[in-house]
Design a protein around this ligand. Structure first.
Ligand code: FAD
Length: 471
């Protein structure tokens, strides 16, 4: 009987353990993507970008004689109905690790089994399952360096090749039309028009991106990854988020002919270490799901962080008057992604200079990042705010002015994103004004604002609050 393959964030043919095993059975395969509550509630930009990934994956399956069936509704009844329509006896999927998806998948498994179907889940989103790495005493890692040592020593399975053939059926079940789902409905059409210029969608594009990075930029990654005005990083987060490329393929491509992650140059090792940060983020999400929602260190609940406020609003609009902060926020508006150094700077400025709760920034990122990743985003924010595991201490406050001098000495990044004050601003800087809501009534001809909170004033205020805390 056919096997239903329930795809979610594993929208690729290669390095997909579930698909490799399914193809090897020689049985007919019915791939399906279900628009359930979890998809519907995905924040705006990532939901839109997910739709592009689904579309590309449907085309890739089509090219192999298969199809991606689209269904809408709760996952369990949708899968049961599809099984009834196709005579499938098995439903397989690749595991996800967010608190919401975990709960859903457990329920689905139970429902399917109650109805006599075989339900099986597979690894594939991570290099190894998040419970495998353990401290010597059998606990989980709360600090990155020992986690990195564990990841370095792990045997990361070799990626499975893309299956040659996918057996389908002569009698394909009905499918929704993706356009009817309105995956981009929560995003402003102006934003879609601008961000569309920067996306890199689908498995083929992701693999090319990886190959180019490894060949051309990885050797210099250790230094160039910190320079936001250059193209020094891989850009793969956008693809990893939807599983357009597998992390094991990324790991092994970077490792190349080496067996030891520490061999073969600093650039390579630094890059592999960043992949291990992703692994660490999922390890923490698995062991402490609260990291996605609440202060990981509960004592921070007593810290006088502010909720929404006018300065935080200026932060969202790229109008704080701090050039590094504004450049990075505008980069996100235009590209749907932000350089890692920028993420660290804007998160520090929001949580420290503006004394605003990290959750506000975390949610704003989720709404605007096409590479939104529940684990990486939560860890990044809690790391920046000082409330998380292995976090930068709260009293280490980035100075956005000296950081810009250090990492953008020639002003390339700032000029790329901030139009005000330039006679002939570049396309990128002007695009910001096309991406934001018209109602904000902003123009490149406006005067650039004075800082809403100055670098040293904000630092002093944050440190005073930190000193006055009673934990
Ligand atoms: P590269 O430098 O080429 O790194 C390769 C891959 O390693 C990345 O694609 C990513 O999967 C992983 N990686 C790199 N840095 C980190 C890191 N610090 N933590 C975890 N994994 C990492 N990353 C996301 O994928 N989604 C998010 O929503 C996200 N939110 C963040 C929020 C804040 C406040 C901070 C400080 C960081 C956040 N990051 C997030 C991590 C990091 O900024 C991005 O992964 C990186 O900028 C993506 O660009 P790249 O693919 O070119 O990365």
């Amino acid at each position: 009987s056919p096997i239903i393959l329930w795809f979610r964030r594993d929208l690729r043919l290669a390095d997909n353990p579930m698909l490799a095993e399914a193809a090897a059975t020689g049985r007919p395969l019915i791939p399906v993507f279900i628009h359930d509550d979890i998809v519907a509630e995905t924040p705006a930009a990532p939901r839109w970008r997910w739709g592009l990934a689904v579309e590309a994956f449907g085309a890739a399956l089509g090219a192999r004689g298969s199809r991606l069936i689209l269904r809408r509704g709760d996952a369990a009844p949708a899968l049961l109905e599809l099984a009834r329509q196709t005579g499938a006896g098995d439903v397989w999927w690749s595991r996800l690790y967010g608190p919401d998806t975990r709960g859903r998948d457990e329920d689905v498994k139970e429902r399917l089994r109650q109805e006599g179907l075989e339900a099986r889940s597979f690894e594939g989103h991570l290099m190894r399952e998040p419970w495998i790495a353990q401290t010597k005493s059998g606990g989980f890692f709360k600090v990155f360096t020992p986690m990195w040592r564990a990841v370095k020593d792990m045997e990361v399975p070799k990626p499975a090749p893309s299956p040659d053939a996918l057996r389908g059926t002569n009698d394909w079940p009905a499918s929704d039309d993706l356009a009817d789902w309105g995956m981009g409905d929560a995003m402003h059409p102006r934003g879609i028009a601008v961000v569309s210029e920067h996306v890199c969608v689908g498995e083929e594009a992701a693999r090319e991106r990886l190959a180019r990075f490894v060949a051309e930029r990885m050797a210099d990654y250790a230094t160039m990854r910190d320079v936001p005005g250059t193209d020094g990083t891989s850009g793969l987060s956008e693809n990893l988020t939807y599983g357009e490329i597998g992390i094991r393929e990324v790991w092994h491509s970077a490792l190349g002919r080496y067996r030891d992650p520490s061999a073969g140059g600093e650039g390579r090792e630094t890059f592999l270490k960043e992949l291990a940060w992703r692994e660490f983020a999922y390890h923490l999400l698995h062991h402490t799901p609260r990291i996605a929602e609440r202060n990981w260190r509960g004592e921070w609940d007593a810290f006088p962080w502010r909720g929404d406020n006018p300065e935080a609003e200026a932060w969202k609009r790229g109008r704080t008057g701090m050039r590094f902060v504004d450049a990075a926020m505008r980069e996100m508006w235009v590209k749907g992604t932000m350089h890692n150094r920028g993420r660290m700077i804007v998160a520090s400025y929001l949580t420290k200079h503006l004394m605003t709760h990290w959750k506000l920034g975390c949610d704003f990122f989720a709404d605007h990042l096409i590479d939104w990743d529940i684990a990486n985003n939560a860890l990044g924010w809690q790391w920046s705010a000082g409330s998380g595991p292995d976090a930068t201490p709260f009293f280490r406050v980035f100075n956005p002015e000296s950081q810009l001098e250090k990492f953008d000495p020639d002003g390339i990044y700032a000029a790329r994103w901030i139009a005000e004050g330039q006679d002939d601003p570049p396309e990128t800087a002007r695009a910001f004004f096309d991406a934001i809501p018209e109602s904000w009534d902003l123009s490149p001809d406006d005067a650039y604002p004075d800082p809403v909170v100055g670098a040293s004033e904000g630092r002093r205020r944050a440190l005073e609050a930190y000193e006055a805390r009673d934990f």
